[in-house]
Design a protein around this ligand. Structure first.
Ligand SMILES: [Mg+2]
Length: 406
């Protein structure tokens, strides 16, 4: 770890100037109608996102606890020699990685690759890792509550607006990395950029103890340098297909027309085309938000409502609003609930489960209308309050593609 500290931090760039970023947004608004040149959504370069990834997390926690392990090839997992050859590598330190060992590899393979004198197996202690992770998260929450955890050792932070009032996202990231280092004795890497996948590619880029900033105007060049398998979602099969098309790097990918990628790889191709041009509109979804149980909207009416048409107009409006809120979070809801109150303060709630999770206002509205019609006796007395809530959330890793949007 000391060695990593000695390495001078790899800050590629300085922070971008917010004033300069607004210029292109008007231009961008004019692009985007359906034609073969541009099937992609308008980019958003105004956010500042950090991807923080702990370096060999479990192994580093173990070394912190027992410094003698430092120069050993440390593998976290059960020793297959005591175990009938079973087990996988949960993770390993950088010494073990030099021998070609990596996470998810059969542990028996690590035994073959690493000289006996250097190899040490340590059983994972998830309770300990969770408690260290909670400390790291508490540091993050002093910066922003827009923290999306991907794993115990990995999270996105949206620091566009942050509690420190710090405009320079790279300074926020350096502060966090330093604090984790001084208070917990652990190293991490970060990437800073204007969207999630670039931030993640950044943290990957200079690992371990890496610091990478990718500015909007550099994204295309940075992506051009990357091998195709570094792009999110490109597995061995897609990689092979891309190689057959003569695509080996991001630069090769950037030359391919969007519709060619979409035609060949469908949804996957659509994201690949976006990524090639540095587009990723997924928001950072705060962990507190994912744990949210429902999103709803309700309003009281004075004077009361006496007609079905008027009530349904409001309900339709709520459903549109709910669709927007769910799309912002990449959520899908499977249950719709309505609440109706009349002039006598009689209140009823009714719920309906959709056949599948949805983020469409039309699905919500169809259910809400049916539920409302079961309460139509309320109209006689006059309706004082209407509420629509969606619940039973599912989260999608990527936005759904709806080509009719274009
Ligand atoms: Mg990690």
């Amino acid at each position: 770890m000391k060695q990593a500290m000695l390495k001078s931090p790899n800050i590629c760039h300085i922070e971008w100037d917010q004033r300069k970023q607004t210029i292109s947004s008007k231009l961008q608004r004019n692009i985007g109608f359906m034609n073969k040149q541009n099937l992609l959504p308008q980019n958003d370069i105004h956010r500042r996102i950090i991807h923080l990834d702990m370096d060999a997390f479990y192994a580093s926690v173990e070394t912190q606890r027992n410094p003698e392990l430092k120069n050993k090839a440390l593998v976290i997992g059960q020793d297959p020699r005591n175990n009938g050859g079973h087990g996988v590598v949960a993770t390993c330190n950088y010494v073990a990685r030099k021998y070609g060992v990596h996470s998810a590899m059969p542990a028996i393979k690590a035994v073959k690759l690493i000289p006996k004198s250097e190899l040490v197996f340590v059983r994972p202690d998830f309770k300990k890792y969770r408690s260290v992770s909670a400390k790291i998260h508490s540091f993050m929450h002093e910066i922003t509550d827009k923290v999306e955890s991907i794993a115990l050792d990995e999270a996105y932070l949206d620091v566009t607006h942050n509690k420190l009032g710090q405009n320079l996202a790279v300074q926020v990231a350096i502060g966090l990395q330093r604090r984790i280092r001084t208070e917990l004795g652990l190293n991490s890497s970060f990437g800073v950029s204007y969207n999630k996948f670039l931030a993640k590619m950044g943290s990957e880029y200079a690992k371990p103890f890496g610091r990478t900033v990718i500015l909007p105007y550099e994204a295309k060049q940075f992506l051009g340098m990357q091998k195709i398998e570094k792009f999110p979602g490109v597995g061995p099969k897609t990689q092979e297909q891309l190689h057959e098309m003569g695509i080996y790097t991001g630069a090769d990918l950037q030359k391919v027309a969007d519709f060619v990628l979409i035609k060949k790889f469908k949804k996957m191709g659509y994201f690949l085309a976006q990524h090639a041009h540095g587009i990723d509109l997924r928001p950072v979804i705060a962990d507190s938000d994912t744990n949210r149980k429902s999103i709803g909207m309700e309003r009281t009416y004075e004077p009361a409502i006496y007609t079905r048409d008027e009530a349904l107009t409001h309900i339709r409006h709520y459903c549109k609003h709910l669709e927007d809120e769910l799309k912002k979070r990449n959520f899908f809801a499977q249950t719709v609930v309505i609440k109706v109150r009349d002039n006598d303060f009689d209140t009823v709630t009714k719920r309906r489960k959709l056949t599948k999770p949805s983020n469409s206002q039309y699905d919500y509205y169809d259910s809400a209308r049916e539920l409302f019609d079961k309460t139509s006796n309320f109209l006689e007395k006059g309706i004082r309050l209407i509420g629509v809530t969606v619940t039973d959330f599912k989260k999608d890793e990527y936005q759904t593609i709806n080509l009719f949007d274009y």
